[in-house]
Structures are given as structure tokens and as C-alpha cells.
Design a protein around this ligand. Sequence first.
Ligand SMILES: [Zn+2]
Length: 481
Amino acid sequence: MAKTKGLTSQQEDFSAWYNEIVYKADLADLSPVRGSMVIKPYGYALWEHIQRSLDDMFKATGHDNLYFPMLIPISFFEREAEHVEGFSPELAVVTHAGGKELEEPLAIRPTSETIIGEMYSKWVQSYRDLPLLYNQWCNVMRWEMRTRPFLRTTEFLWQEGHTAHATAEEAMAETTQMVNVYADFAENFAAIPVIKGEKTEGERFAGALVTYTIEAMMRDSKALQSGTSHYMGTNFSKAFDISFNDVNNEQAYAFTTSWGLSTRMIGAIIMAHGDDKGLIMPPKIAPHQVVIVPIYRKDDQLAKDQVMAAVDELAGQLRDQAVRVKVDSRGGMSPGWKFNEWEQKGVPLRLELGPKDLEAGEVVIANRLKENKETVKLAEASSVVVSALKQFHDDLYERARVFRDERSFVVDDYESFKEKVAQGWVHINHCGKPACEEAIQEETKATPRCIPFVGPETDGPCVRCAEASAYPRKVIFAKAY
Ligand SMILES: [Zn+2]
């Protein structure tokens, strides 16, 4: 595979490759405010498709959207002890407004459990008011010291679901349902295979009793946490007094959950699929699924007219099949230049149509993943494209799955662990103690990603400290973003 000019290869320096492709593919630009980013139209179109697909899934599972304000009284954060400890270092706080110092400073939301808890306490009186199944799409702010576009920025876009239930069982079922929704989205829309599992105590969300996660492997074999779903028990309902009269007319606290997926998913798509030529977009959420590049000599107006008429007809047929198609009719650029640009931007299929193709009644289809070209009859082109896009999704998913499985290991001793965790993900017997996890991180840079729902069973003591293992299944450790 020829690499794109001026793009560092993944092998050479994966991190440089990532930073370069974000800007070269025109997904984002640097913002004048350090640590934040401007999402450009191509990146935002990808986010819109992520949003639409997920939002449909939220609605299908009974949730409604609403919107809370971005400013939260600072005192709200002090009501839940673990939550304030977890988020205080990252809070950005408004102290002045309207030319005056505010009586109470206002935090810019890093997440909205607190303000939502305050409102839910007003909305919930009786068991008949439950469950509350709400989600909001918004921006949040977390003051990060080291930032990278899409992966870690001070301001980012996400959705946060917040639900309240009458029973613990219902709230746990919701927590599980939403991690399943995230996995469904990652695999069936983003073509990224994920491991579903539970976070160990040291990695849980601040204030949660249970945190579920989906973990995806990037092409440098590091893990990226791509969506999380939290069960809060009654921690937040006690802190914010979300209480109600239950069926026996006794006072009870609601059980709450929250779940979120952010623009980090764009980082996951870039790093799970991209190669030395640039991005590879998963077809179901790609801004353009197909690009058509018309080919003609600029001094041959007749050929141009004939080619453009055929291109427009083909584009119309594809749109009728609900294919998102872009016709690149820009003047002053060679077809080769356009091919490179769309390869770098990762458009799954490129159609090339010139006078000779037209004469033969054919069109050339170039596949970004297989890096091959095939010639098909114009009359069959739209049905070939529709099935090629389906196949593209399956091939992309399978490539990522094989890549991950080849770099996943099960080991029984700490020496092998150190060797293998430099190459990928490692399943080990683990004590679950935060101190042991910190030592592992210090010694290997790896962190516990999750206790997978499905995976090898524990069969001995912790491989590092020899204390009893804490979980029925081995814990996955990996270097992570
Ligand atoms: Zn241990």
C-alpha cells in the first residue's frame, strides 16, 4: 500500500499519524482557545450520523430527549462526596457575569447528574411518576491539562442519559440495556468490535456503584473506552432527595442511572479503521458513502456534457436507493488529485466515469478497503453499490475483529504479562485492589479495562500480588487512551 504523501505512517509514529490525519482529512481545526477544537463540516457530518443512529436507538428503548442548562450552582457538586472529589479538579467556574462578582459561582457542566438530580427531586413524588427515562445531547467542559482532538478536549459534545427507577432491579436492567445499545451501535454502525464489561472499583465513575463499558482496540493495539453506563444505586437520590411514596405508601429513594457516549467515538473510528492512506469510514455513518468522480478533458465540452449527464443519472439512481452520494465536479483539479483526497477522507466507494466507460456502458468502482477496482455495467451499478456497501461494513468489522483477536492474550504469570501487554490486551487473574492496579500501571503503563461479561474464567490468585482474585472472570488490562 502506497502511503499518502506527507502523512506519517502508523508504524513510524501512530500518535503523529493521528494528529496529522485529523487535520488533513478536514475533520477539525485548532481553536484559538487552547485545548478546545473546531469541528469542521466533514467531522460534524460524521457526528450527525452517529447522533441520528444512536438517537433512534434511545427512542426505540423508551427514552425522551430534554435539555438542561449548562451552568450549575457550585454547591450542587458538594452534595455527593465522591462526585465532587472526582470532578473538582476539572471544573471550569464562572465567578463574574454582567460586570459583577456572582453571589454563588456557577460551574460549567462537566456532566449533569447534580442539576438533573435537583430537578428529578421535584418531578418525582409517587411511584406513579417513575421511571423517568431522559437523555440530552449537549456540550460539556472538563479542564484537561493534556488534550488531543476528539480524544480529550476541554469542551466536547456528547449525550448523557439519566434515568430514575422505583427498584434496584429496574435500574440495573436499564444500565445493562444501555451498554448493550452502545455495543450494538459500535458494532453495527461504526463497524468496531467491542468488549462489554464492568469497570473495577478504581476505574468506576465518580459516585457510581457499577460502571459498564465498551472497550475497542485501536490499530496501535491500545484500548479506547468508547461508551459507559453507570448504576448509581441511591447515591444521587439521597444526595438530591429524589424520594417518592412507594406502592405501600412508604417513603423510598429512587435508583438512578446515567450513560454517555461522546465525540471520542470519532477518535475511535479514526484509530480503529484508518491506515497509511488516511481514514476509512464505516459506510453506515460515513458522511459520503460513495463519491463519483467524472473524467473528461477540459477542452472537450461535448464529452463533459455527456459524462455529466450520465453521472447525474447514476447519482439519482443511488439516492433513490438511499445511498449518500457526493458528485465531485470541481474544476481545476485532476482526477488523480481527487482520488487521493477521497482516499484520505476514507470514502468507502469511489465511482469513476469517463467517455470510454460511457461508450462501453460501464463504470469503475474503487473500494477503499480492498484497494481494488472493478468495472460494472452502468445499468447494474446502483444495485452493485448497495450490496458492496453492505459487504464493506462486514469486511471492515471483520478486519478489526481479527486484528484485535490476534493481539489478545491470556497469561498466568507477571513476567509474561509484562511482555504481552506491550503487544496488546491481556486477560489475567486479578485481585481488584486499586493499589495493585496502580502498581501495574506504574510498571507497565497498562490499566484494567474491564471484567468482560464473556471471557476466560478466573483460575488462581492475582498474577501480580498473589492475593485472592476478586472476580469470576479474568480482567483485561491494556494501555489505553
Ligand atoms: Zn493484585
